[in-house]
Design a binder for this molecule. Structure first.
Ligand SMILES: Nc1ncnc2c1ncn2[C@@H]1O[C@H](COP(=O)(O)OP(=O)(O)OP(=O)(O)O)[C@@H](O)[C@H]1O
Ligand SMILES: [Mg+2]
Length: 480
């Protein structure tokens, strides 16, 4: 069995660069995507969306899945493919449906061996005529000025055959949506026929990284994200067949989803969405799995921990309590802890309490920056709240102290939120927890991530800053 000296890290903190499939931990969500109604996967930053996306597109169902990473996607070009005949929130549904249809066409053509089938020949021709290849990249789907269509694929609108659809419309055009929809239906009906004859029962296209490059979440981007979700819903309806499963699955940050407004949102949240959430035990399981892969199949946490409790807790629990219950936080803490531990002398190294304490400041700094990435697109001046909390200087604080300090901080522009609204927002991003008193004289701290069923309590008077931020903000632990 190897020891801590033999490893350099517990993995990379981004699933893109991590060997995540070597130590993947299955979650309840995996089954739902595979067989149930789920087509939207929500999770906070670092919760494991890309890990899941890779699991489906590289490991399980690799053959029948397409991985579409929207990092570097030409959003600006897609923005012009707008259907002006419908409400703004629906104006990108037709274009996404067409894009998903093209991806389904590409997939069915690679899976089917019926080269002589009329539909196969026609779909190949369609792709070659318009894109010069039968596997155009997602980035080029909307690059042609126009789409030319011939044969049985040629759609009809009001009795007229459409030989081409112009994508290069200067002025607003009411008909683009219906033209694209008519073409999409033709494409999908051929896809269905080919799948049936070729006995293909599963096809998935997965979309990840819709949020890459967002510094402020603009309305047009919101409409495009809504469009992709609604298009995935409609595609499922159109392709729904007995005994087969054809879907488009979208992986999205929860904070972005929370900002979107459209009429079907509740229904989709209820029926078609899975939220990635982790418990202490599952996160400990994730640590143990990595230890086994990195140090040997018999290795476990007890082999790398000196066994001493820290504040009467096992060390792993102390670590997880400083995370927002997300794998990235856990891995980041462990990597920093390892770095600190490796500076010690000797060969049979173990994690000691002192090492954990020494690792906390760097981890705390990481957590603050991860929160910046998550919060800044929604709330430019959230730093003002951190200033207020730093000025109070304590982990535990009262509402009145906060409101006094917050109001007195001078800012160049008006603050986005009033003092009370800002507390609620801090709670929403799990930066603070509030105290709930029970009828028996006891009390407990409630956080958004540990108790998602509880909403914000407007009457709460005592709060606690998340433990992971204590070192970054130099807070003292004394109670007020
Ligand atoms: N199910 C899992 N099993 C093992 N490791 C996981 C799992 N889920 C996530 N991880 C690890 O946690 C880290 C963060 O996960 P990931 O990059 O997938 O998060 P994300 O939700 O895509 O974050 P972002 O919103 O920043 O893209 C990665 O190192 C990843 O390998
Ligand atoms: Mg990701």
């Amino acid at each position: 069995m190897k020891g801590l000296r033999d490893i350099t890290s517990f993995g990379k903190v981004e699933a893109e660069d991590d060997a995540v499939l070597n130590y993947f931990v299955e979650m309840n969500i995996t089954e739902n995507i595979n067989s149930e109604d789920t087509f939207l996967v929500l999770g906070r930053k670092g919760s494991g969306k890309t890990a899941l996306f890779r699991y489906f597109t590289e490991d399980k169902h690799k053959e029948c899945s397409t991985a579409l990473n929207l990092n570097g996607y030409p959003w600006r070009i897609h923005e012009k493919i707008k259907d002006d005949g419908v409400e703004p929130v629906e104006s990108y549904v037709a274009s996404w449906k067409y894009l998903i249809a093209v991806e389904m066409v590409k997939l069915v053509l690679t899976l089917s061996d019926r080269y002589q089938m009329t539909e196969v020949i026609e779909l190949n021709k369609f792709l070659n005529d318009n894109y010069g290849t039968n596997s155009p990249s997602i980035k080029n789907i909307f690059s042609p000025q126009k789409l030319v269509i011939s044969g049985d694929l040629e759609p009809q609108i009001l009795g007229c055959k459409l030989g081409k659809i112009s994508l290069n419309k200067k002025e607003s055009d009411m008909s683009l949506g219906s033209e694209l929809n008519a073409l999409t239906e033709k494409l999908l009906s051929s896809v269905k026929k080919i799948a049936k004859v070729s006995e293909i029962t599963k096809m998935f296209v997965h979309f990840d990284e819709l949020d890459r490059g967002i510094t402020t979440l603009q309305d047009s981007r919101k409409d495009m994200i809504i469009g992709l979700v609604l298009a995935s819903k409609e595609i499922r309806k159109i392709l729904n067949e007995n005994n087969s499963l054809f879907k488009s699955v979208v992986y999205l940050r929860k904070d972005i989803w929370d900002e979107l407004k459209f009429s079907d949102k509740n229904k989709i949240t209820e029926s078609n969405t899975d939220l990635i959430e982790w418990t202490h035990e599952q996160l400990f399981g994730l640590i143990e799995k990595r230890i086994k892969v990195l140090l040997g199949s018999k290795a476990c946490w007890a082999d790398i921990d000196d066994g001493k409790r820290i504040n009467s807790q096992p060390k792993w629990k102390h670590i997880i309590d400083r995370t927002l219950m997300r794998p990235r936080d856990v891995i980041s803490f462990l990597n920093t802890l390892l770095e600190v531990t490796l500076k010690k002398e000797g060969n049979n190294l173990k994690f000691e309490n002192k090492d954990v304490v020494d690792a906390r400041p760097k981890y705390s700094n990481y957590l603050k920056h991860e929160l910046d990435d998550e919060i800044l697109p929604h709330w430019e001046d959230w730093e003002v709240c951190l200033q207020a909390l730093s000025r109070i200087g304590k982990l535990y604080f009262k509402k009145e102290d906060y409101s006094h300090v917050y109001k007195n901080i001078e800012t160049k522009e008006n603050k986005t939120y009033s003092e009370y609204q800002s507390l609620e927002e801090l709670y929403n991003f799990s930066v603070i927890e509030y105290e709930v008193r029970s009828g028996y004289g006891g009390s407990a701290w409630k956080s958004k991530f540990a108790n998602p069923e509880l909403g914000w309590d407007i009457n709460a008077i005592r709060f606690k800053v998340h433990l992971g931020l204590k070192e970054y903000m130099k807070l003292k632990e004394e109670r007020t």
